[in-house]
Write a protein that binds this ligand. Structure first.
Ligand SMILES: CC(C)(COP(=O)(O)OP(=O)(O)OC[C@H]1O[C@@H](n2cnc3c(N)ncnc32)[C@H](O)[C@@H]1OP(=O)(O)O)[C@@H](O)C(=O)NCCC(=O)NCCS
Length: 326
């Protein structure tokens, strides 16, 4: 590889408002104990009515650019992975580009749900490796609390809001070693928000049917998640000629602690080497991996030279794994 795509800086943004499991006990028939036991979640961040994806993305991206020592005029591409954009169009990436004062960049949203950040990272990787762009902003942001039915205990306990951003640029020595992405649309209805597109436009009927809410077939998602995350992680390692012992840190998508433990068991990599924060933030969709990555860099867990495996899974279905030498 003549040049790797390296993460030069990261940043995050989480809404201030904390909603605990105990708070949810007051609005749906659930319990702190049930939520902890089934998901590992203790609390999540929930944004205010007037906060949208670009608001969180701009804060996260500003921090990422600061930490990378990069100015807005150096950014050549803005990639926003989200399934909760400010609006259907124009793209949230364009709003972010404008608000950050980025003048000479392409800007586009990627819709790959919880795998979105790895999809964005992979696009950035391809541009950087090819020499096309030298400074790319990749952001994972989702506010799925805006799409949940707060009367549905099966979904409202699972999600939180947040954003994570990374600046990606070329490096001769370290960076992304390999990424594998996948998709299988036959399972599209396992996690779906039906209304708001061209199939079911927003209408009174659509709303009465609850089609504007996120719907999740939790048990089936769970089964697919463990299997697919394990196999794509192993495929990615194999492609890199690395063994499980070479992995210093594993950053999984944070949907559910039990899914993460299942992946740990199948990969035979102990939980001590997993970065886990699902207890604090629940499932922030495209933001879980960049948030966990950022926290582990900042608190000194991930240091230069560490081999880090990121693996995810989400609506689509989509999945992906990426191995980097940090
Ligand atoms: C959602 C999830 C936590 C549910 O756990 P589970 O062990 O599969 O539980 P089930 O869905 O089988 O539900 C078991 C029971 O708990 C009930 N239940 C569901 N949510 C509940 C809640 N918040 N509180 C209390 N009980 C609840 C169900 O109604 C069901 O009751 P029943 O047996 O009387 O019908 C789990 O399947 C999961 O995490 N799946 C993946 C999450 C996901 O899709 N994330 C988004 C994409 S990455």
């Amino acid at each position: 590889m003549s040049q790797y795509a390296r993460i030069l800086g990261t940043g995050i943004c989480l809404p201030e408002r904390v909603v605990t499991n105990k708070d949810l006990e007051k609005i749906v028939s659930t319990s702190d104990e049930w939520i902890r036991e089934r998901t590992g979640v203790v609390e999540r961040r929930v944004s205010d009515a007037d906060t949208a994806a670009s608001d969180l993305a701009v804060v996260a991206a500003t921090e990422a650019m600061d930490r990378a020592g990069v100015t807005p005029d150096e950014i050549e591409a803005v990639l926003v992975a989200t399934i909760t954009p400010d609006q259907i169009f124009p793209a949230t990436a364009c709003i972010v580009q404008h608000r950050l004062g980025i003048k000479n960049a392409m800007a586009v949203d990627l819709s790959a749900a919880c795998t979105g950040f790895l999809y964005a990272l992979s696009v950035a990787q391809a541009y950087v490796e090819s020499g096309r762009y030298r400074r790319i902003l990749a952001i994972g942001v989702d506010l799925l609390t805006k799409t949940v039915d707060w009367g549905d205990r099966a979904t409202c306990v699972l999600f939180g809001d947040g954003a994570g951003a990374a600046v990606i640029g070329p490096d001769p020595d370290n960076g992304v070693l390999h990424t594998i992405l996948g998709a299988d649309g036959q399972y599209g209805d396992l996690i779906i928000q039906r209304a708001g597109g061209s199939r079911i436009p927003i209408s009174r009927e659509a709303i009465d049917a609850g089609h504007h809410y996120i719907q999740v077939k939790g048990r089936e998602v769970y089964r697919h998640a463990v299997t697919v995350m394990t196999s794509v992680a192993l495929d990615c390692l194999k492609h890199c000629g690395l063994s499980k012992d070479d992995i210093r840190w594993l950053i999984p998508h944070q949907a559910n602690l039990r899914i993460i433990e299942g992946v740990s068991e199948r990969l035979e990599i102990p939980m001590e080497r997993f970065v886990v924060n699902v207890q604090k933030y629940a499932n922030t969709s495209a933001a879980t991996i960049p948030i966990a990555l950022h926290e582990a860099i900042l608190d000194g867990r991930i240091v230069k030279g560490d081999i880090v495996l990121m693996v995810s899974f989400g609506s689509g279905l989509t999945w992906g794994a990426s191995v980097m030498r940090f």
